[in-house]
Design a protein around this ligand. Sequence first.
Ligand code: NAD
Length: 262
Amino acid sequence: MTGQRLSGKVAIVTGAAGGIGFETAVLFAKEGAKVVCADVNEKGVQKTVAKISELVSSGVAISFKADVSKEDQVKALVDKALEEFGKLDIMFNNAGIMHPEDDNALNTEERIWNLTMDINVKGVWFGCKHAIIAMRQSGGGSIINTASFVALMGAATPQLAYTASKGAVLAMTRELAMVHARENIRFNSLCPGPIRTPLLMDFLNTEEKKQRRLVHVPQGRFGEAIEQAYGALFLASDESSFVTGTDFRVDGGLASSYVTPE
Ligand code: NAD
């Protein structure tokens, strides 16, 4: 089920070593894009590129080690895309953390708050900033920022810094969509529901914790990373040319639910 929906396009995917970023980098490459796969986990992101070489062809993807919370590294990442592939059409600011010590208002330490904000909010800002500069040169592009369903709904199982960081991603993305609308640069937030990736499964490490969440998901299951990748593909492609400023939910109906099926 692959084609050429991103034919001729150049994409950067951050957080490409695992989960949603890995699946999206592979899917973008299968759909004809040249992909710069970025992550702080250098070995992991090299494996992503090796997988793309195996499934698509070599030379379609390159890896780049970058910590998105450091502006010089994000600038170097965008420069690498321009140097290697000549332009930037798609920026998927997807890297993020959910720290195990992130808790409620009383128990969350300031260093956890700051670390979460540095990666999840500042990292997205830096990604947007340098992508805008690059996209202005080529006449536009699509920027997708990974937020979360927790930015839309309250949970009595708190991770306060994470939730606040994802709310910031939604607000920032919406505002950037307005500022750059006439420059043909589109901005959308991808709002995944709970997904079966290491990030969440390491956190929900007992059956009881999993069930505590699943009762609220109308479809009654965790999502798969590939289902997020298909959402990102739509937002990245020209098929979504009139879609900007959205909180694009791929959440199994979670954010629409009151009473879920038995
Ligand atoms: P994941 O842990 O599998 O992937 C996240 C990737 O980001 C990892 O490869 C990690 O090395 C990388 N990363 C972390 N800090 C970084 C930094 N400073 N610079 C560069 N890379 C860094 O998790 P995932 O589930 O695929 O998460 C991807 C995005 O989706 C995150 O923004 C996450 O908050 C969001 N999200 C996940 C879920 C879920 O249920 N898994 C739900 C909603 C939103």
